[in-house]
Design a protein around this ligand. Sequence first.
Ligand code: BEZ
Length: 209
Amino acid sequence: MSSPSMSLFYSASSPFVRKVMVLLHETGQLDRVALESVQLSPIAPSADVNAGNPAGKLPALRLADGSVLHDSRVILDYLDRQHVGEPLIPLDGPARWRRLTLASLADAMLDAAVLIRYETFLRPEEKRWDAWQAAQQDKIERALAQLEAEAIAELTCHFDIAAIGVACALGYLDFRQPELNWRQRYSQLADWYADVSQRPSMQATQPPV
Ligand code: BEZ
C-alpha cells in the first residue's frame, strides 16, 4: 500500500466531512487520503484550516502539490474524477443537473441544521432569535417534504452524489435534532434511509455518540 498523497482537514461530527468520507469509501479511495483532525467552530477557528481555506470551514483537502480544495462540493467533484468506477456525479446530460440539484437541496438542509446547531449551542441564550431559527427549521421541513413527494425513486436507483448528500443530511438530523421525529411524517424517506444507512460507508462514518 502506498502512503496517502492527500490530506483531509477532518472532524467526525461534521456532516460535510461525512459526505467526503462516504464517497471515499464508496469509490475505494480511503488509502489515498490522510485525516488531519481539527477542532473548530465559527468562534474558535483553526489557523491551519484558515491557511488553506480563508473561510475557515471543513472539509478542506490538501493535494500532493500543496494546493487546497474546498468546499465539500468541489472536493466531491475532484475525488469522483480520481477513480475508475462509475462516476457518482454524472458527467453530463439532464441526470447531472438533476442529481446535483438534489445534492444541493441536501446541502441546504445541512446549512440550515448546522446554523440551528450554532444558534442553540454557541450563541448566548439572551441573543437568540426564535423567528430566525424557526425559518431555518422550515427550510428543512420543506426539503424533507419535497424529497418524500418527488425524489424517492431517484434516491433508490443509485447511491450517488444525491443519495450521499441526503443520507448525510438525515444522519445529521438524527445526530443533532433527535426530537424532530422526521420519520413520522416522511415514511418513504425513512424506509429508504433505513436501507442505505446499513451500507458499510454509512456505518463507518457515523457521527460520534
Ligand atoms: C457539529 O458538531 O454539529 C458540526 C461540526 C462541524 C461542522 C458542522 C457541524
